[in-house]
Design a protein around this ligand. Structure first.
Ligand code: FAD
Ligand code: MLT
Ligand code: ZN
Length: 504
């Protein structure tokens, strides 16, 4: 029953890099013919020479093959036609770049790991890509208060590993950890599989350094790196989830969390979604403070993992839902006893039809690999209509059922997995290729249904280009107008990440 100290989980990083080079996505401008290029300047040789002087020759990519991965999103839904990628190494370089882009009215897309799932990190037309990957030198950690200060271009998994040397870890964990960068995480307001326990990035970000797209390329220090500071407006929070609309995040100060001594992982099978909810209620009550993840995969997800990836369920009794539960605590004996008791109780009450505890780190990684590879496995079907929705639990799986009925045989699969402990469902509808008929069955139905049932059209992935049309759902005109005013305040020439999220 004992799995010891679980330090690392399998990462999707290698597969992600491989996909990024293979893109055959159609040009976004062809897919969206009504979307017109804004009134921006076009890049000239003089601009390129200026950038080369600022960043050195290695800081400016111009070769089409080198640029291709920066033009295409991870899902291969979108493809821009940028002719220039900039790779600054310091905040001064970012500032000088933004000052020039402001002067010349050149449109810019900030990009980190390019693992975003809403088409927000790639150009639509010929915007310049400012990649943050080389801004990755500073790593300062003070282990007594547990405060990390680092450059925005550090990879999430690398941060987690480096913090491990101090007995700490990142409060954030997600399947793309081997490729995404902390600045990209903050700009997206990413959630992931530890949010249930540690809260969102709003609970952890203390301060940000941000470069504004204004005439000076202003470097803004948003807040001191202190746990408590109650002076002024807490502007750093505005940049969490701002999707590159307001400024470029160059440094992050945030709290890390102590690495648990004991990590236990269990998989449970439930026959109904109502039983999943009851198990969640019991997990909160019986596991209490040690509960750290509560993830769900429905039977369609398990079938897809088996058919497309040859990954087998770890439960021997087939169930309508698999629940992946993780606890993190300081005492193995205590945590194991609690999880065992909880599992027994679920089986005795008939809430679970099967249950298994990981008995080694390898087994725990196998359990997690099922959940973390769901995203990749379903892509082998061909085309994916992906969703990231927040719903009250009483409606959570009803959306999947409604969509299944609505799309019928038009879809190859209707799959749902997600962070059920946070009310976050990832409903995915697959087909062998993009189908307009399927699209029309899904939209606006999915997003209107979500709003009508008290949900949000994005729990963690953001809005980007994918959901821009539906951004007004559930928001008042006054609220949207306020977003527009804020955008213009930070980005007066509207050069930052145009065509996404906001209608200006
Ligand atoms: P990018 O994709 O490069 O950029 C994302 C957005 O931020 C874009 O709008 C971009 O313009 C902007 N941006 C990037 N860097 C900066 C910066 N320094 N300053 C200002 N703006 C910037 N997401 C979750 O929330 N939870 C999950 O569990 C999860 N799992 C995933 C699993 C897989 C396999 C994959 C492929 C993705 C997953 N994602 C998940 C989505 C994605 O990984 C996250 O949203 C991640 O935070 C994006 O980080 P990135 O570095 O790749 O940013
Ligand atoms: C996840 O939780 O696996 C991610 O958010 C990615 C996805 O939705 O596929
Ligand atoms: Zn997710």
């Amino acid at each position: 029953m004992m799995i010891g100290r679980l330090t690392q989980r399998a990462s999707c990083a290698l597969r992600i890099e491989a996909r990024r080079c293979k893109s055959t996505a159609p040009l976004t401008s062809t897919q969206l013919p009504n979307l017109k290029r804004g009134d921006y300047s076009s890049l000239t040789d003089a601009d390129v020479q200026h950038f080369e002087r600022l960043l050195g020759a290695g800081g400016v990519l111009r070769d089409e093959t080198d640029i291709a991965p920066y033009n295409t999103d991870w899902m291969s839904w979108y493809r821009g036609r940028s002719r220039c990628v900039l790779l600054p190494r310091t905040v001064e370089e970012v500032s000088a770049v933004m000052k020039h882009c402001f002067d010349r009215r050149l449109a810019v897309v900030p990009q980190s790991g390019n693992t975003g799932l809403v088409g927000a990190s790639v150009p639509v037309f010929d915007e310049i890509v400012v990649s943050m990957r080389r801004l990755n030198k500073r790593f300062d950690f003070d282990p007594i208060p547990g405060i990390l200060q680092c450059d925005a271009g550090l990879v999430l998994e690398e941060l987690d590993t480096r913090l491990g040397e101090f007995g700490y870890m990142m409060p954030l964990d997600l399947g793309a950890k081997g490729s995404c960068l902390i600045g990209g995480n903050v700009a997206t307001g990413a959630g992931g599989v530890r949010l249930l326990r540690y809260g969102s990035l709003h609970a952890h970000v203390l301060a940000l350094e941000v470069v504004l797209p204004d005439k000076d390329g202003t470097v803004l220090e948003c807040g001191p790196a202190l746990r408590k500071d109650n002076t002024g407006f807490h502007e750093s929070h505005l940049f969490i989830g701002s999707e590159g609309q307001l400024g470029l995040i160059t440094q992050v100060a945030m709290t890390a969390v102590p690495k648990p001594n004991s990590v236990q992982v269990a998989m449970l099978g439930c026959d109904s979604f109502l039983d999943c909810c009851k198990v969640l209620g019991d997990a909160k009550r019986l596991l209490g403070e040690i509960l750290s993840s509560f993830e769900m995969m429905d039977s369609e997800t398990m079938r897809c993992l088996k058919e497309n990836h040859g990954r087998h369920n770890v439960l021997s009794t087939p169930a309508a839902f698999n629940l992946l539960i993780e606890t993190s605590g300081s005492s193995q004996e205590h945590d194991q006893a609690k999880l065992n008791k909880f599992l027994e109780s679920c089986l005795e009450k008939g809430l679970a039809v099967d249950g298994v505890l990981a008995t080694s780190v390898e087994q725990a990684n196998t359990f997690w690999a099922l959940r973390e590879n769901a995203t990749l496995a379903l892509m082998d079907d061909g085309y994916v209509f992906k969703h990231d929705i927040s719903l009250p639990l009483k409606h959570y799986y009803r959306l999947t059922e409604a969509v299944r009925e609505r799309v019928g045989s038009l879809a190859k699969r209707v799959i749902t997995y997600g962070h059920v402990g946070d009310g976050n469902t990832h409903l995915n509808v697959t087909a062998s290729e993009f189908s307009q008929e399927l699209y029309d069955r899904l939209y606006p139905f999915v997003y209107e249904w979500t709003t009508q049932h008290g949900g949000s059209i994005s729990a963690e992935h953001g809005v980007g280009l994918l959901k821009k049309r539906y951004m007004p759902l559930g928001k008042s005109p006054a609220h949207l107008a306020q977003y527009g005013r804020l955008k213009r305040f930070y980005d007066p020439r509207l050069i930052l990440n145009p065509y996404k999220m906001l209608t200006m």
